[in-house]
Design a protein around this ligand. Structure first.
Ligand SMILES: [Zn+2]
Length: 210
């Protein structure tokens, strides 16, 4: 059983070596010893969010950090993988944009909503305390979200909450003041494929593609 599933990946890698890599050889050659991504992309670990697919990007474009619930932990004495990655992206890679992207049907916010099923996952439960801020930034219910409107409004609220946490990161705040970094909050809808962007002036999400 497990063997079969691994076989799919091995076959995929063989196809990559035979059909994809040769055509991009010069690009990979350029990227082999350096990277200069313009975008830091912070999103959920969810398998249905495929940044390069929905944005038309490829190797060298997006510097990505992912975790359950696309969280940016509020700075504590502790170091964590997310904020360390953000610091590196801003200070060393000097990305021009930081994008915080949540998505529909997010399991992290679902768990926050029903608060069940986390008994056997002490680490996940502690991690999800980081999405508490979503409640105070919940967005207006959108009829287009149908029966999932309540969850979707909480997920959008989480994007707003994490965006604030992102801006509060010292490296991000500094780069913002110096005018070399812009931050964005997105909501990606798996069903429609559409991205919405948080408009800070209007305090609501609007279609990214118009
Ligand atoms: Zn998610």
């Amino acid at each position: 059983m497990g063997e079969d599933h691994m076989e799919r990946l091995i076959e995929g890698h063989k196809r990559f070596l035979a059909e994809v890599f040769p055509g991009k050889k010069s690009q990979f050659h350029l990227l082999a010893e350096t990277q200069a991504p313009e975008w830091l992309f912070i999103t959920c670990s969810d398998s249905r969010v495929v940044p390069d697919l929905i944005l038309g990007t490829g190797p060298g474009d997006l510097f990505i950090t992912r975790n359950a619930g696309n969280v940016v932990p509020v700075t504590t004495g502790d170091v964590d993988g997310v904020t360390a990655t953000i610091e590196y992206a801003v200070e060393v890679l000097k990305v021009k944009h930081a994008i915080l992207c949540g998505h529909s049907d997010c399991g992290a916010l679902k768990a926050a909503l029903d608060r069940k099923g986390l008994e056997s996952m002490p680490k996940a439960r502690r991690w999800l305390s980081h999405v508490e801020g979503a409640w105070s930034h919940r967005q207006a219910l959108n009829p287009a979200d149908g029966e999932h409107a309540e969850l979707a409004s909480l997920i959008r609220g989480n994007v707003v909450a994490q965006l604030l946490n992102l801006k509060a990161q010292p490296s991000v705040a500094r780069a913002g003041v110096e005018g070399r970094l812009t931050v964005h909050g997105w909501y990606y809808d798996i069903l429609t494929g559409r991205i919405e962007q948080y408009d800070e002036g209007a305090k609501r999400f609007l279609p990214l593609a118009g």
